[in-house]
Design a protein around this ligand. Structure first.
Ligand SMILES: Nc1nc2c(ncn2[C@@H]2O[C@H](COP(=O)(O)OP(=O)(O)OP(=O)(O)O)[C@@H](O)[C@H]2O)c(=O)[nH]1
Length: 586
């Protein structure tokens, strides 16, 4: 018996033995030997019977074993079925709980489970985080849009700025090029806007700029662009014009619109504007050139008396180039000592005595000859060279006064012109003090002449500088009186010693009643305020007599004396003669 791989008992050996037994049964024995053979066969039969019994017993045992095995197998199978059922149950439970967990993860936990609570809270946080991150994305997007707007718009007026204008202008040029059309660029600069800031403050100035922005937008079409370049400058783009007259019409419309007052902070403010116009393609093929051409034309509008518009012309560029060349050689003029001073006497009208002189700069240009201040001072102001030039004038005039005194001449007041840039210079006062010390000049013989506009620029700091100057003992004259802002309040505010009546009033005092009235009023105002009054541009005997009759203190002009070189003035002082006009004048 063996146990097969399945554990079941094998009975093959028994079968083999039965086969051997059946081979012996097939042979027949002899007769003598029959008894023996019969006994033997009986024995054999007994043996066989025994063996058969043994076999039977063994078979019974085997059967019993088989039965036992079968029972065992049935039991095993039952156990296996049980185990499988249990395994299936467990698997089902695991699946169920997995499904529940997944459901909880998806749908949210049940209220009683800690795990569920944690999961629910985590879910809530996830949802909140997702909402907040969405909000953040929206905030970032809004901030980006705002940044983009800021980058392309002017903060004060919210008009497109230079960057956006350049972009739109470049696109408009491209379109005009393809369609073979014209477009116009207008450069606008407000006239005397500084006065508004200086007299009413920057806040009012800002409000005025905003009001002007609205006005400009209202003056043009929706398809046009109104941009602010900064300060009091605006640039307009008219992207499609049929004819240059369209641009002229628009410019005139704007100038007319500006005649209405702006109601700001309880003030009715009047301001005018100067406009330069350039046309594509005539005055430039790209955005920068067109803006530059319009800017150049605007300067010419200013020069032409402001409150008007000018179209760009090529000659304007030529003048700009000439201006640049003047600027370049101005820089060398100081080094090369090409400047000279002329002195125009100021005469006491009653006595005829020379009581002072105004130092007037000339430029002895190596190629262009003797240049008057009008030919280079504004350029020097624009490029800042007026500061070293102004210092040179002051020192030279004081040195000349010293030379006259050293020559034994009686001292006279020497006046120098002062620009806004000089007055605002950090070292303005210090330079005057140092020059007075260096030239041993008594401050009372130095007079600074300033125009109203110079005074009104940055009036606060001007006033403190001028008060310090007054304390020092120097004099202050108000030049071109009556032509500027004409706010009489500064006569109280600033320590002014002298009023210089502008020659435009003096020119016609004998023919124009209004001018005569104005001059008389200024003389009388000066007397009331205890200020010296001097008339500029006295060119005729009639004018001189009129002024004398009005008891104007002093006069200055060709009738009395042209500006003369230092030696000539020394001669005049020496002789004591002031009238008539000196022949050797420049
Ligand atoms: N209120 C205000 N003023 C500004 C601003 N930006 C520049 N300004 C002032 O604008 C003035 C510009 O003056 P300019 O154009 O040079 O001179 P102006 O007085 O207008 O005289 P003209 O142009 O010669 O007619 C200066 O006084 C600047 O200080 C601003 O944003 N707000």
């Amino acid at each position: 018996m063996s146990i097969d791989d399945n554990g079941l008992t094998s009975h093959r050996e028994h079968s083999d033995q039965s086969n051997v037994t059946s081979l012996h049964k097939g042979a027949s024995p002899p007769v003598d030997e029959q008894n023996i053979t019969s006994r033997e066969s009986a024995v054999v039969d007994d043996e066989i019977a025994v063996r058969d019994r043994e076999k039977l017993a063994s078979s019974r045992e085997d059967a019993a074993h088989l039965r036992e095995n079968a029972i065992g197998l049935r039991e095993d199978a039952a156990h296996m079925r049980e185990r499988t059922a249990l395994a299936r149950e467990r698997e089902a439970r695991v699946r169920e709980s997995a499904v529940t967990l997944r459901e909880q993860e998806i749908c949210g936990p049940g209220p009683s489970s800690d795990h569920s609570i944690v999961l629910r809270q985590a879910n809530e946080h996830l949802v909140i985080a997702a909402i907040e991150s969405q909000k953040l994305v929206e905030i970032v997007q809004t901030a980006k849009m705002e940044l983009d707007h800021l980058a392309h718009h002017d903060v004060l007026t919210d008009l497109p700025n230079r960057i956006l204008l350049l972009d739109r202008l470049t696109q408009a040029i491209e379109l005009a090029r393809r369609q073979g059309k014209q477009l116009a660029v207008m450069f606008l600069d407000l006239d005397h806007f500084k006065y508004i800031n200086d007299s009413l403050g920057h806040t009012v100035g800002d409000l005025l700029l905003q009001s002007i922005a609205h006005l400009l937008v209202a003056c043009v079409r929706n398809s046009d662009t109104v941009s602010r370049q900064g300060g009091d400058e605006f640039v307009l783009l008219l992207p499609s014009i049929e004819h240059v007259n369209d641009a002229a019409h628009c410019a005139q419309k704007i100038i007319t619109a500006f005649t209405l007052p702006h109601s700001i902070d309880q003030h009715n403010l009047h301001i005018s504007v100067s406009i330069g116009v350039s046309i594509y393609p005539d005055d430039g093929l790209d955005a920068e050139t067109l803006i530059k051409s319009a800017d150049t034309a605007m300067y010419h509008a200013k020069e032409g008396g402001r409150e008007n518009f000018k179209f760009f012309k090529q000659e304007m560029n030529d003048r700009a180039v000439q201006r640049q060349s003047v600027e370049a050689s101005l820089r060398l003029a100081l080094e090369r000592q090409e400047f000279v001073l002329y002195y125009q006497p100021k005469v006491n009208l009653r006595s005829g005595a020379i009581v002072g002189c105004e130092a007037l700069i000339r430029w002895q240009h190596p190629e262009r000859g003797l240049l008057s201040p009008e030919q280079f001072v504004s350029i020097a102001e624009d490029c800042g060279l007026i500061l070293p030039i102004g210092r040179w004038v002051l020192r030279e005039a004081c040195l000349q006064a010293l030379a006259w005194r050293q020559a034994g001449l009686r001292p006279i007041v020497v006046a120098v012109n002062t620009s806004a840039l000089e007055l605002r210079a950090m070292d303005f006062l210090e330079n005057i003090r140092a020059t007075l010390v260096e030239t041993s000049m008594e401050p009372r013989y130095l007079e600074l002449e300033l125009t109203e506009s110079v005074l009104m620029q940055d009036a606060e700091s001007s006033n403190s500088a001028l008060l310090a100057l007054h304390d020092l003992g120097a004099k202050l004259a108000l030049d071109d009186f009556g032509t500027g802002y004409s706010s009489l309040s500064y006569l109280r505010r600033f320590p002014i010693d002298t009023l210089k009546i502008d020659q435009s009033f003096v020119n016609h005092i004998t023919s124009n009643k209004d001018d005569a009235t104005i001059v008389c009023s200024v003389v009388s105002l000066g007397k009331s305020l205890n200020k010296r009054v001097i008339a500029e541009g006295v060119e005729t005997q009639e004018q001189y007599e009129f002024l004398l009759a009005q008891e104007c203190d002093e006069g200055q002009g060709f009738y009395l004396s042209r500006p003369v070189v230092a030696a000539a003035l020394a001669a005049l002082l020496q002789s004591g003669v002031s009238l008539p006009v000196y022949d050797g004048a420049a």
